[in-house]
Design a protein around this ligand. Structure first.
Ligand code: NAD
Ligand code: UFG
Length: 334
């Protein structure tokens, strides 16, 4: 059974991926400093899988923490989620973002090199495409200058892996992951006021926020609101298993590969909110507001390469994503 280091494995996407890894027969080792997560996530994973995964508290920017980890565990491959991810905050604290996201990646790769570990899956983001001219975007779309320090850390992260030919890497460009495990035992835990649409919607529906502000209804899109590609976090989790299997099983692949992970279905903010209300039978208090600075009008994926090469496609519908997101919000309140 392969042992996989999962940095940031206590977070939103990491915790769901740990469940999928365990179900696929991998042994995950979670490494997280808990700066944006809580140890209670372990209980949730154990309730789903019946086994509490191994958790080591540590920081990917600390060579000492990583050394202790790699010397005490036989690691076969790494999935690197650990990063700071708030786009707006990254403009206020760029050094913190570069230190954590770039410093952390370099520190991790050095530790991997020292211990002879070559396979790595890297969490990238659709934000690398910025305001692309043609939809849907595929992986050959040229990348513009990043729109934020956060976006820049994802472009640089991909580039660092490309330049370091001694590693075998898969970069996964996530579009908009939402939802939660259908059991409601794990989900997204935004600290403070949520930045992202769906956690805001669920909190507004639960009465924890006065009203959702829809950021802009004057875009050149079918209903005037911005369009994204939302995918279920469990589909995203499965893509990591597929990426890992490719790294471990296919020897004659390029040393660096990149894949879009999305459904390929464009969904507007208005459609998402209406769908949430319909499937869950709860109203979402909402007001129209101005555009949010830095938002692109539309961004959705051509996920064809992931289908062709990884054999992965997103399976869950928007309705399932929003039902599971609401189920999680309600469990949180209990
Ligand atoms: P998250 O904040 O829920 O999870 C990240 C985890 O990493 C947290 O548990 C946090 O405590 C940990 N962490 C952060 N810095 C660390 C450090 N220095 N050392 C150890 N642990 C550290 O975020 P998420 O939504 O699960 O995102 C996971 C990855 O996916 C990130 O790299 C993020 O940039 C990327 N991503 C997320 C989205 C999204 O919409 N959620 C979209 C595109 C890409
Ligand atoms: N939105 C609102 N009101 C809110 C929050 C969001 O109307 O309270 C709108 C946004 O303006 C946007 C859409 O909902 O049009 C989606 O917004 P999110 O913040 O959920 O997602 P983004 O597409 O802006 O950004 C997300 C991640 C980034 C990542 C990017 C990649 O947050 O980290 O996807 O596409 F880089």
């Amino acid at each position: 059974m392969k042992q996989v280091l999962v940095t940031g494995g206590m977070g939103f996407i990491g915790s769901h991926t740990v469940v999928s890894l365990m179900e696929a027969g991998f042994r995950p080792v979670i490494f997280d400093n808990l700066c944006n997560s809580s140890e209670s996530v372990l209980e949730g994973i154990a309730r789903i899988t019946g086994v509490k995964p191994l958790f080591i508290r540590g920081d990917v920017t600390s060579a000492a923490d990583l050394k202790a980890l790699f010397t005490s565990h036989n690691i076969d491959a790494v999935i690197h989620f650990a990063a700071l991810k708030a786009v707006g905050e990254s403009s206020e604290k760029p050094l913190e973002y570069y230190r954590n996201n770039i410093g952390g990646l370099i520190c991790l790769l050095e530790a991997m090199q020292e211990h002879g570990v070559r396979d790595v899956v890297f969490s990238s983001s659709a934000t690398v495409y910025g305001s692309a001219a043609h939809m849907p975007v595929d992986e050959d779309t040229p990348l513009p200058a990043a729109m934020s320090p956060y976006g820049s850390t994802k472009q640089m992260g991909e580039r660092i892996l490309f330049d370091t030919g001694s590693f075998r890497s898969v970069c996964l460009r996530y579009f908009n992951p939402i939802g939660a495990h259908p059991s409601g035992h794990i989900g997204e835990l935004p600290l403070g006021v949520p930045n992202n649409l769906v956690p805001y919607v669920t909190q507004a529906a639960a009465g924890l926020r006065k009203a959702l502000t829809i950021f802009g209804d004057d875009y050149h899109t079918p209903d005037g609101t911005a369009v994204r590609d939302y995918l279920h976090v469990m589909d995203l989790a499965e893509a990591h298993v597929a990426a890992l299997n490719r790294l471990q099983q296919v020897q004659d692949r390029p040393h660096w590969e990149v894949f879009n992970l999305g459904t390929g279905n464009p969904v507007s903010v208005k459609t998402l909110v209406e769908t949430f209300e319909r499937v869950n039978g709860v109203p979402v208090p909402k007001v129209m507001g101005a555009r949010r600075q830095g938002d692109v009008p539309e961004l959705w994926a051509n996920p064809g390469r992931a289908k062709q090469v990884l054999g992965w496609t997103a399976k869950h519908s928007l309705e399932e994503m929003l039902r599971d997101a609401w189920n999680w919000q309600q469990k949180l309140a209990q």
